[in-house]
Structures are given as structure tokens and as C-alpha cells.
Design a protein around this ligand. Structure first.
Ligand code: ZN
Length: 133
């Protein structure tokens, strides 16, 4: 960390703010989480369920999105597995947000197990995630 070494961090931080704004444009409530301590979720957003799919009554039902923000859209296998595992604890929806053409693109993350993942980062994170279940 020399002088100016925090530039990538500031860039990531600005992107997280952009993701929050983007979520709010979609009429969700979005919050940035304080980072540090290996938190794998950057932004949590909540929307009222409007699909009539989740419940017969429709009262107090919300969708929760757990979002990891990566400007370059790159997530290691371990990060991916950790986010999927965290979200699955409460049936939240794990998303990866990436900067694409000046906007935000979201990728729905799915369980990496069983897929021919070529990443060598999968090892520990994926195993931990499996053992926690
Ligand atoms: Zn719903």
C-alpha cells in the first residue's frame, strides 16, 4: 500500500453507491453494509413481493437480495460459494453486480456444486459452505 494505494477501494466504494442507487430506482430499499471482517455481502436490498407467488396472503412478504459488487464482475469460486451459502440460510437471492457499459448488470448466482468449475479458488470456501449446511 503506497500512496494512492486506496484508489481501487474508492472505485469499488463508488460502485457500491451506484448499485444502491440502481436498486432504489427499481423501487427497492437498499443498504450498503460496512465492510471488513470478510463480509461477503456489499449491499442488501429488499423489495415488497408483488408476484403473488411466495404466499397466498401476500402480507409482510419481501424478497431479499444479497449483493456482492465487483466493478470488473470477477468473483472467485470461493466468494461465489460463500455468498450463495449465506443467502441460502434465509432464502435470500444472491446477486453479483458488475459495471457494464456505465450501468449495472446483475448475475443471479446459483449453487456452484456439481458444476465443472475450473476455478482453483473453490476449494476451501465451497467445502466450508457445504459443511455448514
Ligand atoms: Zn414473491
Amino acid at each position: 500500500m503506497g500512496k494512492g494505494g486506496s484508489a481501487p477501494g474508492r472505485k469499488g466504494s463508488r460502485f457500491e453507491a451506484a448499485v444502491v442507487q440502481d436498486q432504489e430506482r427499481e423501487r427497492k430499499l437498499a443498504y450498503r453494509l460496512r465492510q471488513g471482517g470478510g463480509c461477503i455481502v456489499d449491499v442488501v436490498s429488499v423489495e415488497h413481493c408483488q408476484d403473488g407467488h411466495c404466499t397466498v396472503n401476500g402480507s409482510r412478504v419481501a424478497h431479499v437480495y444479497m449483493i456482492q459488487c465487483k466493478v470488473d464482475g470477477h468473483l472467485t469460486g470461493a466468494e461465489r460459494a460463500a455468498l450463495v451459502a449465506e443467502a441460502s440460510k434465509v432464502d435470500a437471492i444472491p446477486l453479483l453486480a458488475a459495471r457494464v457499459n456505465g450501468g449495472v448488470r446483475y448475475e443471479l448466482l446459483t449453487e456452484p456444486l456439481g458444476q465443472p468449475d475450473t476455478s482453483d479458488d473453490l476449494r476451501d470456501g465451497a467445502r466450508d459452505a457445504r459443511e455448514r449446511q
